[in-house]
Ligand binder design. Structure first.
Ligand code: OGA
Ligand code: NI
Length: 295
């Protein structure tokens, strides 16, 4: 784990002026679908069936829950408690963090293997392309109860910039929402699961076949919510581009190759705008610019 950030302090959010987002950015909660949800994948499913499920989830949602993932339940519980305590006290439960990061790193290896295979690639392909000395970063989010969830966002709309995210959220309250077919869907917590989502680098590596999907977090009127995200991404000197096996005449390269540091520079350059970072690396062909399917 290289860094540990607190995204929010734990003073209760009273909707002072600076938290109120402009009307066009408000969550419009009544329009969010609670009927649809992201798929739940059981990692203990036999392999061929499992790969089909992963392909489908990656193509259709870019988000899924995993259950029976092998990370001890007791460790997850301790991790959430430690994070919760962390927001109360300025004290870090270091060991728990190191232990958790190791387990999640192992799980990321399994997931990269499955996602590689689901793309028809060798098991170790994605991790090899993501290079030596990958960056594993943890981020803890605390969303205090909010008197009016309609007026603000816990975390504004974004895609995750690295390659893969493993998110653990508390069971009691939902807040994460994901774009699916142009509509927001609510990611209801599934006990003992992790939420997995693909990041921008995976969208590029898969030549756009898998999507890094827009998501956001909204607040809850009564309950505070915590989540712990772990992000796996390349180091700044790694070259990223569509994997050769996924590029052919029918599927020309959607993105050009770049050094990950270039991607980060572009991300910083677009600060303050509705970022379109991947798009800056798209290749334009004679018949026009390849369009991205994320809004
Ligand atoms: C993130 C994120 C969602 C959540 O940290 O990138 O999307 O539910 N978090 O906290
Ligand atoms: Ni995110």
């Amino acid at each position: 784990m290289e860094s540990f950030q607190m995204a929010k302090d734990n003073t209760p959010l009273s909707l002072t002026q600076n938290f109120i987002v402009p009307e066009s950015n408000r969550p419009q909660l009544s329009k969010v679908s609670t009927l649809d949800s992201i798929p739940i994948i059981d990692l203990s499913t036999p392999s061929q069936f499992l790969l089909d499920k992963i392909t489908q989830a990656c193509e259709e949602y870019g988000f899924f829950h995993i259950i029976n993932h092998g990370v001890p339940q007791n460790l997850c519980k301790r991790m959430l408690t430690a994070i919760s305590d962390l927001f109360k006290l300025p004290h870090q439960e270091r060991e728990t963090f190191v232990e958790y990061a190791k387990e999640i790193n192992k799980l990321m290896g399994t997931l990269f293997g499955l996602i590689s295979q689901s793309l028809g690639l060798e098991k170790n392909c994605l991790q090899r392309k993501l290079g030596e000395k990958p960056r594993l970063k943890a981020q803890a989010n605390f969303y205090p109860p909010c008197p009016d969830p309609e007026l603000t966002l816990g975390l504004s709309v974004h895609t995750d910039l690295p390659a893969l995210t493993v998110l653990m959220q508390s069971d009691e309250v939902s807040g994460l929402q994901v774009i699916k077919d142009g509509k927001w869907i609510d990611v209801k917590p599934v006990p003992h699961s992790f939420v997995i989502n693909l990041g921008d680098q995976l969208q590029v590596l898969s030549n756009g076949r898998y999507k890094s999907v827009h998501h956001r977090a909204v607040t809850n009127k009564m309950l505070g919510r915590i989540s712990v995200a772990m992000f796996y991404g390349p180091n700044i000197n790694t070259w990223i581009g569509p994997i050769e096996e996924l590029v052919d005449e029918e599927h020309p390269a959607v993105y050009r190759r770049y050094k990950f540091s270039e991607f980060l520079d572009e991300f910083a350059r677009q600060e303050g705008t509705r970022r379109r970072v991947k798009e800056a690396f798209q290749i334009s062909y004679d018949h026009g610019i390849c369009s991205s399917s994320t809004p």
